[in-house]
Design a protein around this ligand. Structure first.
Ligand SMILES: CCCCCCCC/C=C\CCCCCCCC(=O)N[C@@H](Cc1ccccc1)C(=O)O
Ligand SMILES: [Zn+2]
Ligand SMILES: [Zn+2]
Length: 478
C-alpha cells in the first residue's frame, strides 16, 4: 500500500494520556525488568536462568498482550519471543518492531548504584539495560498492553521480535526468527529497531537537538592477529619476540587511520538536511559540500564520535600473550574490532589492514565479518521513515529536524534484510554525549519522563501505522 488513502484520520484515535496508576505501573515494570540480570558474555555463555525468568516476567506484567486472541506468541531459540499481532485489514503489509532482552556485563565498580538494582533516584531509573535495550522492549509491550486495555484493534498486522542474544551476534534469536518468517513467506513493509536517537550536544555550535533515523549501519570485522615464535629461556632472548612483533603490528594499525570516506555514503545527505539548523556561516558551509567538503571532513575527524561517521574504525579490544615470567612466549594474540564505513567492503578493509601491518610473521584469522548494511529509503514515499518522522513531530514538537543517518553500532535488524529493504534504527529518546558513554559503560540510566515518552511514542506509532497516509509534506514547509 502506498502513502495515499482516504477515510481514516491521520491523528491517533486514542489519546496517549495515561492515568497516574498506569504511569506508576509502567515505571515499576521497567525496574523489575532491569533487576533480572540477562547478561550475554558470548553466544555460548548467556544467563539462561535469567532469560527464562525474563520470559515469565513479561507474561506476568503484560497479561493482556499474552491472552489476546489475535496475538500469537512463540518462543524461538529458547529465549527469544515473536509476537504476531493480526490486524483487521489483511490488505495492509505488516511491519515489525524490534528490541532485545539481553545486556552486556556490568561489574559493580564505578556505578553510583548497583547495575541490576533498578533503583529510582533523582527522577531516573538506574541500571544496565535502561537505554540498551530493555527500555524499548518494555515500552513496546507496555504500549501494546495499554492499547489493548482500551479495546484497540490494529488494522495493520505487525510483528514484535524480541531477541535474547543481540549483544553476542543474534545467531540464536534474531537469525532464527528471520528464518522462520522467511519460511512463512512474510514480507515486511518496514522494521523499526534500536539504533540512533534524538541527538543533543554532539555537534559544536548546534544548540538544537535533532532526530537521526539510521537508514544503514556499519559493517564489522572481528579479526584475530597471531604471531608464533620459538619459545626459549628469557635469559638469552632473541632480538624480537612474538609479543614485540604483535605489539608493533597493532600499534601501526592504531597509528594509521583508515582512509577518510567523507563524501561517500549517507553522511552527505545527513549534513545537507541538517544545514538549515546551523547559523551563518556553518549553514552555508554545509549547504555547499561540493566546495567545503574537505574542511567539514577534517573537522569531523577531530572528534572521536563524528570520526566514526567518516571512516572505518579499528579498535584494539583484546591482547593475550605469555605463559611465565622467564619464558620467551610462543604465541601472542590480539583481537581487532573493525567497523566498516558504508562505502567500503570487508575485503577492501582486510587488504588495507594487511598492507598496514606489512609483516608476514603476523597471521590473520577472520572471526566474524559482514559488509555494511544497504541504505533504506528515506524519501517521501518511504512508509516506515515517514511514520517515524510524523510520530517524532507529534511527540517531540520541539525537534524540528529529522535526518537520515548511519548507525555506528550493529543491531539485530541486520538479520532481517531477507524480509524488507526498509530498516530503520531509532530510539525515541534524547541522547547526550554523557548518556552515549553510559551505553555499554557505567551509570546507564533513563529518566522516568523519558521512559513514559517512549511508551507514548510507540502507543501513537502503532496507531499512525493504521491510519491511511497522506503524502508527507516537505520538511521545510512545516
Ligand atoms: C553528524 C551527526 C553526529 C552523530 C553522532 C552519532 C552519535 C551516535 C548515536 C548513537 C549510537 C548508539 C549506537 C547504539 C546501538 C548499538 C547497539 C549495540 O550495542 N550493538 C553491539 C552488538 C553486537 C553486534 C555484533 C556483534 C556483537 C555485538 C555492537 O555494535 O557491538
Ligand atoms: Zn542494543
Ligand atoms: Zn548493546
Amino acid at each position: 500500500k502506498g502513502l495515499k488513502g482516504q477515510g481514516h484520520p491521520r491523528a491517533p484515535q486514542i489519546s496517549s494520556q495515561f492515568s497516574p496508576g498506569e504511569r506508576f505501573a509502567m515505571k515499576e515494570a521497567l525496574k523489575g525488568a532491569i533487576r533480572i540480570p540477562t547478561v550475554s558474555f558470548s553466544p555460548e555463555n548467556v544467563n539462561a536462568t535469567a532469560l527464562a525468568e525474563f520470559g515469565e516476567y513479561i507474561r506476568t506484567v503484560f497479561p493482556t498482550v499474552f491472552k489476546t486472541s489475535f496475538i500469537r506468541h512463540e518462543v524461538i531459540g529458547e529465549y527469544s519471543h515473536l509476537l504476531t499481532v493480526r490486524g483487521s485489514d489483511p490488505s495492509l503489509q505488516p511491519y515489525m518492531l524490534m528490541a532485545h532482552s539481553d545486556v552486556v556485563p556490568a561489574p559493580d565498580e564505578g556505578w553510583e548504584v548497583p547495575p541490576f538494582s533498578g533503583l529510582e533516584g533523582d527522577g531516573f531509573i538506574h541500571g544496565r539495560g535502561t537505554l540498551d535495550n530493555k527500555n524499548s522492549l518494555m515500552a513496546i509491550l507496555q504500549a501494546l498492553e495499554l492499547l489493548l486495555n482500551r479495546n484497540y484493534i490494529p488494522r495493520r498486522s505487525f510483528f514484535i521480535a524480541l531477541g535474547h542474544d543481540e549483544e553476542v551476534s543474534g545467531q540464536n534469536g534474531a537469525q532464527k526468527i528471520s528464518a522462520l518468517l522467511q519460511a512463512r513467506d512474510i514480507k515486511l513493509a518496514f522494521i523499526v529497531d534500536e539504533g540512533n536517537f534524538i541527538l543533543d550536544g554532539f555537534i559544536p555550535h548546534l544548540k538544537k537537538p535533532f532526530a537521526m533515523i539510521a537508514v544503514s549501519e556499519k559493517g564489522s570485522i572481528n579479526l584475530r592477529l597471531e604471531v608464533n615464535m620459538t619459545p626459549g629461556h628469557s635469559s638469552a632472548p632473541p632480538k624480537e619476540t612474538s609479543i614485540g612483533i604483535l605489539a608493533a603490528a597493532v600499534s601501526r594499525l592504531e597509528q594509521t587511520p583508515m582512509p577518510n570516506m567523507f563524501g561517500s555514503g549517507p553522511l552527505k545527505m545527513t549534513l545537507q538536511e541538517l544545514a538549515h539548523e546551523f547559523s551563518f556561516p556553518a549553514n552555508i558551509i554545509l549547504s555547499n559540500l561540493w566546495l567545503f567538503g574537505p574542511l567539514v571532513s577534517r573537522l569531523m575527524e577531530r572528534n572521536y564520535i563524528t570520526n566514526a561517521l567518516v571512516r572505518t574504525t579499528t579498535a584494539l579490544t583484546m591482547f593475550n600473550a605469555g605463559v611465565k615470567v622467564n619464558v620467551i612466549p610462543p604465541v601472542a594474540q590480539a583481537i581487532i574490532n573493525i567497523r566498516i564505513h558504508p562505502a567500503q567492503t570487508v575485503q577492501e578493509v582486510l587488504d588495507l589492514v594487511k598492507n598496514i601491518v606489512a609483516d608476514n610473521r603476523v597471521q590473520f584469522h577472520v572471526l566474524t565479518a559482514f559488509d555494511p548494511l544497504p541504505v533504506s529509503p528515506s524519501d517521501h514515499q518511504a512508509l516506515g521513515y515517514q511514520l517515524l518522522r510524523q510520530t517524532i513531530q507529534s511527540i517531540f514538537p520541539e525537534v524540528s529536524t529529522v535526518v537520515p543517518g548511519i548507525c555506528i553500532g550493529n543491531t539485530d535488524s541486520r538479520h532481517y534484510t531477507n524480509l524488507t529493504t526498509s530498516i530503520y534504527r531509532f530510539n525515541p529518546l534524547y541522547l547526550h554525549p554523557q548518556s552515549f558513554r553510559s551505553i555499554h559503560g557505567i551509570n546507564e540510566k533513563i529518566s522516568v519522563p523519558a521512559y513514559e515518552t517512549q511508551v507514548k511514542f510507540i502507543f501513537e506509532f502503532i496507531q499512525n501505522a493504521d491510519a491511511d497516509q497522506e503524502p508527507a509534506p516537505h520538511q521545510h514547509e512545516l
